[in-house]
Write a protein that binds this ligand. Structure first.
Ligand code: CP
Length: 298
């Protein structure tokens, strides 16, 4: 008899319906209270990060510990990937050792999808190169919902290095699906026609958007070094522009932030900024994602 493969993975935001996204937001809200958290005590979670990370890696670690998992951390330096072992064999090995959930960041776009056929444990995409970052998107959605209690009719402007941004790709898709209007600000060479057609200027964005989502310039994914001297004035959020934003509007950034490049240094922690709130919400949302996957709800 052929074994039925588990499809309990989160590889792309595109696999989630609006109902599933709202379910995760409400679940994250519920899991803020420790008395509502299930315990996965006795189970192991593995975090395999083959690209650098501070927020995603640490917040998954904390989320897993809060849910009672024992946590195994692997990277691309100390694991046998350096000896040429494939990602599939690495994940198959973790599964064979008794790991019950794996979180993976790696550089190949959609690289995890080649592993789902033979690996039965839930897999979570923690960022795949310039592809997608579904868990960042979900924590961003949670942060927006926390402030506005809705997505319908919101104008969200995503500004920056779109071409190399997995965060922008996941968020543009999810926000449109949820009924928001999404516009974009970007240097011509960083525009991405597969993601966006409707580009506006930063001056137009600050006066009309409810959510301004800034992106980091991803120097590590560029072939040459980008000169950023005039970037803030041309494309970034200056103090003068922030003063023209609507009273209720908010500023998001997935971080790490290049202070003084995409946003003025003094605005990173301003009243409108939810940048550190996003990080706090990241732990809660990742608890919700893990809980939902382990319970077969996604
Ligand atoms: N936002 C984000 O993915 O940050 P890290 O690269 O530090 O995980």
């Amino acid at each position: 008899m052929t074994a039925i493969r588990s499809k309990r993975n989160l590889l792309s935001i595109k696999q989630l319906s609006n109902e599933q996204i709202y379910h995760l937001i409400h679940l994250a809200e519920k899991l803020k209270d420790p008395v509502n958290r299930p315990s996965f005590s006795g189970q192991f979670a593995a975090n395999l990060f083959l690209e650098p990370s501070t927020r995603t890696k640490t917040s998954f670690h904390i989320a897993e510990k809060r849910l009672g998992f024992d946590v195994v951390e692997l990277d691309g330096i100390d694991s046998s990937l350096t000896k040429g072992e494939s990602l599939y064999d690495t994940l198959k090995t973790l599964e064979s050792l008794g790991v019950g959930l794996a979180v993976v960041r790696q550089s190949e776009v959609d690289g995890l999808s080649t592993c789902t056929e033979g690996v039965d444990i839930p897999l979570i995409n923690a960022g795949d190169g310039c592809g997608e970052h579904p868990t960042q998107s979900l924590l961003d959605l949670y942060t927006i919902y926390e402030h506005f209690q809705s997505f319908k009719g919101l104008h969200v402007c995503i500004a920056g290095d779109l071409k190399h941004s997995r965060v922008a790709r996941s968020n543009a898709y999810a926000l449109r699906q949820l009924g928001a209007t999404v516009s974009f600000v970007s240097k011509p060479e960083w525009q991405d026609p597969t993601m966006a057609q409707n580009y506006i200027t930063m001056d137009e964005a600050v006066e009309t958007c409810d959510v301004l989502m800034l992106l980091r310039i991803q120097h590590e994914r560029h072939t040459g070094h980008e000169e950023t001297g005039s970037y803030l004035e041309q494309y970034g959020l200056t103090v003068e522009r922030e003063a023209r934003m609507m009273k209720h509007s908010i500023i998001l950034h997935p971080a790490p932030v290049n202070r003084g490049v995409e946003i003025d240094e003094s605005l990173v922690e301003c009243e409108k900024s939810k940048i550190f709130r996003q990080m706090t919400n990241g732990v809660t949302m990742r608890m919700a994602i893990i809980h939902a996957l382990m319970k077969g709800e996604l």
